[in-house]
Write a protein that binds this ligand. Structure first.
Ligand SMILES: [Cu+2]
Length: 424
């Protein structure tokens, strides 16, 4: 991080743990010691607990910022009236925002923490500005500054400092539930209670034939989940010179956009694609590492790949044409899934047929796909010549049970270092 004027930035995780045992914000003054201020984030509320604190002009300040929230936040102290320019600077960072902790290199910043991941803390030491006045502080994570703000009042030497002002209301119930839920970058189900997740999943290099109905890869748009708005940049029209806000394109990645990822625990996971309406791949050894998708933990270099990683090794990958499709069938239509006997049952339409499909992690070295056609007709599963994994297809209860034997591959190491603009 670049040095800031008036700022000696101390990234002092683990420093003075006693500070954090005092639950409330404290402001204490001493002739020689720095003025100590502690500011917390109200979990799930996108607000600082402390909305105002006083400091003495020119005196050292030691500000402890702790993020007890489930979202990343920073704390940036601004000169009076600097906010519009700083916010414009944050917006201009675009894709570089995360790397730069959403702190732009513009004048008007008195002090800034890094972007703190959940549960992280940082101690900022800086000298209070010489000029008295109201110095706003905000979180510059895009969108957070609307609600995540407070004021540092710089008082003249000799003026008695008032106690810090805090938000006193109770946290809302929903964020409280979130706080107590077990959120993990590596979610996991069990054999009996699979974890089902709609996600953008990795294409581990599947046979292009399985993507028969996927559209050509289109550039996505950089999106800010905090504001629920696309992130835009200003660009002048080359002809008219009119400046417009335009979305920032993100190159499309080689992924499976309509994936449903299912974890039965470390022993079996799979990705079922809701565009092609078929099982795409299965693996063993773990589920997904959502770090690159949800954001890295402290200290890690942040990935821009936005793809969950496969944990473990593939044991099956689909190939060839959709085995249930007839030559003149239109594109399959996904109708949804529901939990049936503890397993997700996928329902989709192929031509006039409505098909129900389940994946059963039945054997140690294989699994089974069960399909039935609503109305009782017998499905016609055409074993692809390339689909060597399918060992048997037998009729069962008016449907088919397709046994698939594992074909283990080496441990999966992904994503690629730089995402390529690939199209299917
Ligand atoms: Cu924030």
């Amino acid at each position: 991080m670049r040095p800031l004027p008036l700022l000696a930035l101390a990234s002092t995780l683990g420093l003075a743990p006693l500070l954090f045992q005092t639950a409330q914000c404290q402001v204490s003054e001493n002739a020689t010691a720095p003025l100590k201020v502690s500011i917390k984030v109200l979990p799930g509320q996108v607000r600082f607990e402390t909305t105002r604190f006083d400091v003495t002009a020119g005196k050292p300040v030691e500000l402890t910022f702790s993020n007890g929230c489930i979202m990343p936040h920073n704390l940036v102290i601004l000169k009076p009236d600097a906010e519009p320019a700083v916010i414009a600077g944050v917006n201009a960072l675009g894709l570089e925002g995360l790397e730069k902790n959403f702190v732009p290199e513009v004048p008007g910043i008195v002090a800034a923490t890094k972007l703190l991941q959940p549960q992280a803390k940082e101690v900022l030491t800086f000298s209070a500005p010489q000029e008295t006045g109201d110095y706003p502080y905000v979180c510059t994570f895009p969108g957070h500054w609307y609600t995540m703000r407070g004021v540092m009042r710089v008082r003249a030497s000799g003026v008695k400092l008032e106690a810090a002002q805090r938000v006193l209301d109770k946290p809302a119930q929903v964020p409280d539930a979130l706080k107590h839920s077990e959120m993990s970058h590596k979610p996991m189900g069990t054999m009996d209670h699979p974890f089902v997740m709609r996600t953008f999943a990795l294409d581990p290099g599947l046979d292009p034939a399985v993507f028969a109905h996927h559209g050509v890869g289109k550039d996505a748009v950089k999106y800010d989940p905090a504001t629920r708005l696309d992130i835009t940049k200003k660009e002048a029209d080359p002809q008219t010179g009119v400046v417009r806000e335009i979305p920032i394109p993100v190159p499309s990645l080689k992924g499976v956009a309509g994936a449903i990822a299912v974890s039965h625990g470390p022993d079996f996971s799979y990705v079922w694609d809701s565009t092609e309406c078929r099982l795409f791949y299965a693996w063993r050894g773990g589920f997904l590492d959502m770090n690159p998708y949800w954001g890295q933990e402290p200290g890690g270099s942040r990935s821009k790949v936005y793809l969950p990683l496969i944990v473990g090794h593939l044991v099956y990958r689909a190939s060839g044409a959709m085995p249930l499709a007839e030559p003149n069938d239109p594109s399959p239509v996904f109708l949804g899934y529901k939990m049936e006997g503890g397993l997700p049952e996928f329902r989709y339409q192929l031509g006039q047929r409505v098909i129900r499909e389940k994946v059963l992690p039945s054997a140690k070295d294989g699994f089974e796909v069960r399909v039935t056609v609503e109305g009782g007709a017998t499905p016609n599963w055409k074993v692809n010549a390339a689909d060597l994994d399918v060992t048997t297809v037998r009729s069962e209860n008016g449907g088919l049970a397709v046994a698939v034997k594992d074909r283990p591959e080496p441990e999966h190491v992904l994503p690629p270092a730089s995402p390529k603009h690939e199209k299917h």
